[in-house]
Design a protein around this ligand. Structure first.
Ligand code: CS2
Length: 479
C-alpha cells in the first residue's frame, strides 16, 4: 500500500485549532500536510486543542511527538497511508486539563493568523433552530462569570481576541469547520453575542475587525475504536494509537477572507470562493440529511453501521428517494454540481465497507442537527406544496430512537443535549401526544414550521404507521 511520508522539518505554528478529534486530524491536517509536503519550508503548522474529555488522545499524541498516520480508503483493496507532522502541539483543556493558559497564549501570539474550529454543533452553545447564543447554557453562564478562564469554544475565542486587542495585535481570522448553516455567521453570533453580554467596546471591535469566513467541509471519518485499530494494524501494519481511518474522498470549500494571510490551499484542491452557502446547503441537506435519515431509520431496522444499512435494498431505495425528491428540489442553486450524480456518489460513499461508521455516531445530538439537515428543506418543500413523506418518517424514527429502546439495545439513544427533556416527555406522553410534545420543542422546530398542519399531519401519520404497520412495510410503501 502506498505510504506518503511527511516532509521535514515540520512547519512552524500559524494556525490554532479548537476540537482535536478524528475529523480534524483526517481533514484539515491532511490539507496542511499536502501543502507542507509540496513546499517543504514555510508551511503552516498546527497547535490543536481538545476541549472535551479526550485527554488520552492528547497524551498519546504527545508521546509520539504529535506525529500520526491517516489511512485513506478508496475501497477494501486500495488505501493510502499518510504520515502527518504538521501537528506541532497538542493541548488538552477539557475537564481536569492544565493547558488553557498555554492555548490562550498561542491564540494571542502574533504568529497565529487563523483559528479554526471543529467543536461539533453543540460546541457553539447556540439555539439550533434560530442560531442565537443561549445565555442560559451553563457553560456560557460560567464564561460570563469567569471570562478569563473560559470553558466554551466561543469563550476561548473571545478571551484570545480580548488579549490581542489589549496587546495591539491584529485579530486572527476565525474559520468554522462544523456542519452548520452559515457557519461563519453562526460562529460570529456566538462570539460577539458573548462579547456583547460583557464588554460593548470589545463587541464593537470584533464586529469590525474579525473575519469569520464560512466553509463547507466533507470527509467521512468514523470515530476510532478498538476494532478499527486492530484492523489498521492487521491490514496496513500500522500500529499507531493516534491514527485515523477515513474515506479517500475529501472536499473543502472556503470563503476567501483571511486578512492576515492563509496557506495556498487551492493548490491542494480546496475551492476558495466568494460564497459558500450553495455548497454548504447542498452538503447539509444531501449528505448529512441522508446520513441522519439512514441513522435513525437504520437503527430501527436493526442495523449497526452505514455500509450495512445502505446494503439493505429497501433502505437504499428510501434514501435515494429522499435525496432526489426531498433534498435536491430544495436546492435553488446547485453549486454547479449535477445533483443526481452527486446523489449517486453519496450512495457509493456510504457503501464503502472498508469504513465501519456506526449509525449511533451519526444519530447523536439530533436536536442540534435536524434543523439544517431536514427541517429547513421541509419548510421549503411545504411552501412549494410538495410532500415530505421521507422526512416525516425520519422525524418519527428520531422520536422513536430517543424515547424507546432500540432493537438489540436496552435503552433509547442518550447522547443529546436535550436527552433529559426527551426522557421527561416519554414519561409523560405517548402516541400522538408524544409526537405533539416533540414538535413543540422550539429549539428544534421553529414556530413557523411547527405551526404548519401539513408538517404535523405528516409526522403524526408516519409515527402511527410505524407502530401499526412496522418499518419493513413502510419502507416498501416508499419504494
Ligand atoms: C455525520 C458527519 O456524524 C454525523 O453527523 O453526518 O460527521 C459526516 O460524516 C460528515 O459531515 C461528512 O463530511
Amino acid at each position: 500500500m502506498p505510504v506518503v511520508p511527511a516532509a521535514t522539518p515540520a512547519p512552524a505554528i500559524g494556525i490554532v485549532h479548537l476540537g482535536l478529534g478524528a475529523f480534524h486530524r483526517a481533514h484539515q491536517a491532511v490539507y496542511l500536510q499536502r501543502h507542507h509536503n509540496r513546499h517543504g519550508q514555510g508551511g503552516w503548522g498546527l497547535c490543536s486543542a481538545n476541549l472535551r474529555s479526550n485527554s488520552a488522545l492528547v497524551e498519546q499524541l504527545r508521546d509520539q511527538a504529535c506525529t500520526y498516520h491517516v489511512a485513506e480508503y478508496r475501497d477494501r483493496e486500495q488505501a493510502t497511508l499518510r504520515q502527518i507532522n504538521v501537528l506541532r502541539e497538542a493541548l488538552y483543556v477539557g475537564e481536569g486539563g492544565q493547558d488553557l493558559e498555554r492555548l490562550l497564549q498561542r491564540m494571542a501570539a502574533p504568529a497565529t493568523c487563523i483559528v479554526t474550529l471543529t467543536v461539533t454543533e453543540k460546541g457553539y452553545c447556540l439555539s439550533p433552530a434560530n442560531g442565537q447564543l443561549r445565555l442560559d447554557d451553563p457553560v456560557i453562564a460560567h464564561d460570563l462569570a469567569h471570562p478569563q478562564a473560559p470553558r466554551s469554544a466561543p469563550g476561548i475565542v473571545l478571551e484570545a481576541l480580548r488579549r490581542r486587542r489589549a496587546a495591539g495585535t491584529p485579530a486572527f481570522t476565525v474559520l468554522c469547520c462544523d456542519n452548520m448553516p452559515d457557519n461563519g455567521q453562526r460562529t460570529r453570533a456566538a462570539v460577539s453575542g458573548l462579547a456583547r453580554a460583557q464588554d460593548a467596546d470589545l463587541a464593537q471591535w470584533i464586529d469590525t475587525q474579525v473575519a469569520f469566513p464560512s466553509s463547507m467541509v466533507d470527509r467521512i471519518v468514523p470515530a476510532m475504536d478498538a476494532d478499527a485499530f486492530t484492523h489498521l494494524e492487521q491490514q496496513l501494519g500500522c500500529a499507531d494509537r493516534a491514527a485515523v481511518v477515513c474515506e479517500s474522498f475529501s472536499q473543502w470549500v472556503i470563503e476567501d477572507h483571511f486578512p492576515l494571510g492563509r496557506p495556498g490551499w487551492e493548490a491542494e484542491g480546496v475551492q476558495m470562493v466568494a460564497d459558500v452557502q450553495p455548497f454548504e446547503t447542498m452538503k447539509l441537506r444531501m449528505l448529512n440529511g441522508s446520513h441522519s435519515l439512514l441513522a435513525y431509520v437504520g437503527l430501527l431496522a436493526g442495523h449497526r453501521t452505514v455500509c450495512e444499512a445502505i446494503a439493505d435494498p429497501a433502505l437504499a431505495r428510501f434514501i435515494r428517494r429522499y435525496l432526489l425528491d426531498e433534498a435536491a428540489p430544495t436546492l435553488a442553486v446547485s453549486a454547479g454540481i449535477d445533483l443526481p450524480t452527486y446523489a449517486n456518489q453519496l450512495l457509493a460513499r456510504f457503501a464503502n465497507d472498508s469504513l465501519q461508521h456506526p449509525l449511533r455516531q451519526i444519530a447523536m445530538d439530533g436536536s442540534q442537527k435536524l434543523p439544517q439537515r431536514w427541517l429547513h428543506g421541509a419548510q421549503h418543500l411545504l411552501e412549494q406544496g410538495r410532500g415530505i413523506a421521507c422526512t416525516a418518517l425520519g422525524v418519527a424514527a428520531w422520536i422513536r430512537c430517543c424515547t424507546q429502546a432500540l432493537p438489540g439495545a436496552a435503552a433509547p439513544l442518550a447522547n443529546d443535549p436535550l436527552h433529559a427533556t426527551y426522557a421527561d416527555l416519554a414519561a409523560r406522553w405517548q402516541g400522538a401526544a408524544l409526537v405533539d410534545a416533540f414538535l413543540d420543542l422550539r429549539d428544534v422546530f421553529a414556530l413557523e414550521l411547527a405551526e404548519r398542519p401539513a408538517l404535523r399531519d405528516a409526522v403524526q401519520q408516519a409515527y402511527a404507521a410505524l407502530a401499526r404497520d412496522g418499518l419493513p412495510q413502510l419502507l416498501n410503501a416508499h419504494a
